[in-house]
Design a protein around this ligand. Structure first.
Ligand SMILES: Nc1ncnc2c1ncn2[C@@H]1O[C@H](COP(=O)(O)OP(=O)(O)OP(=O)(O)O)[C@@H](O)[C@H]1O
Length: 313
């Protein structure tokens, strides 16, 4: 059974905004799935349809095998949700927020254990949420999502408002949850976060899912080439690196030779070839970054026609 499945899921606002366009997406049970896309791509609208906060114009969705529109009660009982900009009640303390969720879900969680898990002290727990910083509010919202050991966590921009330590702690909790079998679906535009914790990613752009797969799948499909850079003592005039099998292009700048290779195995040939001709001072070898992928699929998140290739791996 899939944790999430959408079929031709579509949401229009009025005549002019097609927020989500014919989305077919499956998140497998136990998977950590990162939902990426620039501002306005349709991520929150998709999440809101999964939670029945917004009704689709067309299409359908299931969450844990249950219909997202007609079986909302059971879904809410079994999932943990951190909505975009989690709404808190100013006058209630963090502990009271957690107790409220614990009561609603009928679980026996210990509020103090959850506070500790999300990095809030017992003293924080006694303060009204109205005085919370953005990061503290986000931690509390995340704690509320963890109540009842949910089978699926749906997190909309979970690291929003968190400092680097908070982001790291949040990633660790997501990894722990995944280890105990929880499926996780989260939206983000922080690429490093997605890269660090996700089994698979989906990239949305202008309401459409333009790519899904593992990072390796997407890197392979786009075939952007593999770069290697060598800082050298002097650049020989007769290097002829372009002539090497598997080398697609070569640039030279300020004593650094950069070759784009057809696949990673060519990198060693490049190093040997250059080292035969001159003294190599340093080597920088990187995989195609998620940022390059994201930019290629979304035109850097800009509004103009991205003309991005569609890949489903
Ligand atoms: N209630 C609404 N009424 C009209 N248009 C809306 C509404 N909610 C969202 N939209 C529009 O739908 C599109 C998708 O918005 P959505 O919030 O889903 O994007 P997002 O990917 O979550 O963006 P962000 O990363 O900025 O949160 C945008 O063009 C947005 O302006």
């Amino acid at each position: 059974m899939a944790a999430i499945r959408t079929t031709s899921l579509t949401k229009r606002y009025g005549d002019s905004v097609l927020a989500v366009d014919d989305l077919d997406l499956t998140v497998a049970d136990g998977e950590v799935f990162g939902f990426l896309g620039p501002n306005g791509a349709g991520k929150s609208t998709t999440i809101n349809m999964l939670l029945d906060f917004v009704r689709p114009t067309q299409g359908s969705a299931t969450v844990l095998g249950l219909d997202a529109q007609s079986e909302t009660g059971e879904i809410r009982h079994r999932i943990g949700v951190l909505p975009e900009g989690a709404t808190l009640y100013d006058r209630l303390t963090a502990r009271e927020h957690l107790e409220w969720v614990i009561d609603t879900k009928g679980t026996d969680d210990d509020p103090d254990a959850i506070l500790e898990r999300v990095g809030l002290t017992p003293a924080d727990g006694d303060r009204p949420a109205g005085g919370y910083s953005k990061g503290m509010a986000q931690r509390l919202g995340f704690g509320m999502a963890l109540v009842g050991d949910p089978d699926l966590l749906i997190l909309d921009e979970p690291s929003s408002g968190l400092d680097p330590t908070g982001m790291q702690e949040m990633r660790e909790i997501i990894a722990d949850e995944a280890d105990r079998g929880t499926s996780v679906f989260f939206s983000s535009h922080i690429l490093g976060e997605v890269e660090a914790v996700c089994d698979r990613i989906g990239i949305m752009n202008e309401g459409r899912l333009v790519a899904t797969g593992t990072l390796d799948d997407l890197q392979g499909e786009l075939d952007l080439g593999v770069p290697i850079s060598l800082e050298v003592e002097s650049v020989p005039g007769d290097l002829a690196l372009e002539a090497l099998d598997g080398v697609r292009s070569v640039t030279v700048e300020d004593g650094t030779i950069t070759a784009t290779c057809a696949d990673p195995s060519v990198k060693i040939d490049v190093v040997e070839h250059v080292a035969d001709a001159t003294t190599v001072r340093d080597i920088v070898s990187e995989d195609v970054s998620l940022e390059q992928l994201f930019n290629t699929y979304t035109n850097g998140g800009r509004e103009e026609d991205a003309a991005a290739p569609e890949v489903t791996a």
